[in-house]
Design a protein around this ligand. Structure first.
Ligand code: NAP
Length: 483
């Protein structure tokens, strides 16, 4: 299979926070990859902006070092790296002040796409949006890109939306959820809406339940202070798991237009029923060794923040009434694995003798590691000796099915190129983010009122026992978390 790289139009991309962790680890390496494959046009430019006292040369040196650190092949591509670095410039600007903006305005070229990546704290979004407008740097066609976290509740998300909408229209705002940039997540849309096979089965008549798991093997080491103010519900469920749920559950959009897709996602969130406290399990990991538990990492011996959540969610609409979605995410679990499992119902009548160990038909959409899709089916066990049943998996692991060109692009690079192309399909719309917070807020408020400690679980396990019970009591079980 031949990979097709279509160059984007010339652009000036300004990265606010260009000296920070996200820019160095993800954004600039992602841009370098797109440059390396020829997607970046000759007249593309990347302007770093931050308070640090750097000039163009020292900024290029800094980015060069980041590429060597975060792009394994960069050390053998010195010429390519140098040509990429020539596209870089730097402006010193404290976004809360007045200095630096005229210099930035001066550097911007007319007649190319302007994009502004806000890789800074959300508290700075308003100041940046205001200054870009006051200094005539933003044009009606400019794009502004913002990172998670997009608020910590509905009120703060509304305030951020208001800050951005003060200077930009909704069609100019790109709210990143990097899960949407993953190859498999987009393939979920292709699988559902480019094949006639699934649609007749994609409803509560045929689907018993859906499991969405985002398991991480790492804990919160190093960022415990930040995480402790957030927790798994805010950090993962309200955004990433919600996006996966929406793409799995939404109605077929009428066309591949950003608003057509996002309208359908909003309808799913609005159809979510309130989650009963008995349908939620919160957990917090305890360490294997001394000073290795969540509370040690968070620096609070009495922390009530959850590093794990499992919940049963019902969608109150015709398609899904009677088919629960079980969501689960946590840190320090037994493996790093993210997947969506669509479990189909058992055949209405089984004429074969009962065979132990059969788990039924399941479509497994794996996001990490090894992005791919598998379908578990039941067949006759090969060979003589009577008719016994066995499971076989039809495997669409992309690397195997599509050859070397299936090498997954990092989600960031795909999303940044979408920004330049002006395609908002894989970005969250303001009302979508607000709807997700409106659903999450009462759940979090209940926890805060109850002031209970989350259930402890061992690092390296599958989470608290209660999370297993959440499924067992419904006669179901989680798929094992395995890498
Ligand atoms: P970081 O390492 O602390 O970097 C912050 C950047 O902002 C630095 O370049 C800093 O540079 C700049 N900055 C701070 N105050 C400024 C000001 N007043 N004017 C201009 N520049 C200013 O943070 P980060 O980890 O890169 O995260 C950036 C944003 O992305 C945050 O909102 C974070 O929540 C989000 N995010 C990060 C990650 C990640 O993996 N790191 C993942 C998802 C989302 P100077 O000090 O030189 O000004």
């Amino acid at each position: 299979m031949v990979s097709r790289v279509i160059p984007v139009d010339p652009f000036d991309l300004v990265i606010f926070g260009a000296t920070g962790d996200l820019a160095r680890r993800k954004i600039l390496p992602g841009l370098f990859h797109r440059f390396a494959v020829g997607q970046m046009p000759e007249h593309a430019r990347i302007l770093g902006a931050a308070r640090s006292d750097l000039d163009r040369a020292t900024f290029r040196d800094l980015v060069g070092e980041s590429l060597l650190e975060f792009v394994p092949q960069a050390s053998g591509q010195k010429g390519l790296v140098n040509r990429f670095l020539e596209k870089l410039d730097y402006v010193r600007v404290d976004v809360t002040g007045t200095k630096g903006w005229p210099e930035l305005a001066e550097l911007m070229r007319p007649d190319v796409i302007r994009a502004f990546y806000l890789s800074v704290s959300p508290t700075l979004f308003g100041a940046i949006a205001d200054n870009l407008n006051e200094h005539g740097i933003a044009t009606p066609d400019s794009r502004i890109v913002v990172e998670k976290p997009f608020g910590h509740d509905l009120a703060s998300a509304k305030a951020l939306n208001a800050d951005l909408l003060n200077g930009f229209a909704e069609h100019q705002i790109y709210r990143i959820d990097h899960y949407l940039g993953k190859e498999t997540v987009q393939n979920l849309m292709a699988l559902r809406f480019a094949n006639s096979l699934w649609e007749p089965l994609w409803n509560s008549t045929h689907v018993d339940h859906v499991q969405i798991t985002v398991a991480e093997s790492l804990g919160v080491e190093g960022r415990g202070g930040y995480y402790d103010r957030s927790g798994a519900m805010r950090d993962m469920v309200q955004n990433h798991l919600m996006q996966l749920l929406c793409l799995t559950a939404m109605e077929p959009p009428s066309r591949l237009h950003p608003n057509a897709v996002r309208d359908e996602k909003v309808k799913v969130i609005e159809a979510l029923e309130p989650v009963e406290p008995a349908d939620i399990v919160r957990g917090q990991y305890r360490g294997k060794g001394a000073a290795d538990g969540y509370r040690d990492h968070a620096g609070d011996p009495d922390s009530r923040t959850e590093s794990f959540v499992a919940m049963k969610v019902n969608i109150g609409n015709w398609r899904w009434a009677g088919t629960p979605f079980y969501l689960r995410t946590g840190k320090k679990l037994r493996a790093r694995a993210s997947e969506i499992v669509v479990m189909f119902r058992d055949p209405p009548h089984m004429m074969f003798p009962k065979t132990e160990g059969l788990r039924g038909n399941a479509l497994i959409i794996r996001l990490q590691p090894d992005e791919g899709i598998t379908l578990r089916t039941t067949i006759k066990e090969p060979g003589p000796g009577g008719l016994r049943l066995a499971e076989v998996t039809l495997d669409m692991t992309f690397a195997d099915a599509l050859g070397p060109h299936a090498e997954a692009q990092d989600a960031y690079e795909r999303l940044i190129m979408d920004v330049i192309r002006g395609d908002q399909t894989l970005f969250m719309r303001g009302d979508e983010v607000e709807a997700a917070w409106a659903w999450a807020d009462p759940i979090i408020a209940n926890w805060e009122d109850a002031r209970q400690h989350p259930a402890p679980y061992d690092a390296g396990s599958s989470g608290p026992e209660d999370a297993l019970m959440l499924m067992h009591r419904d006669g179901r079980r989680w798929r094992e978390i395995e890498a």
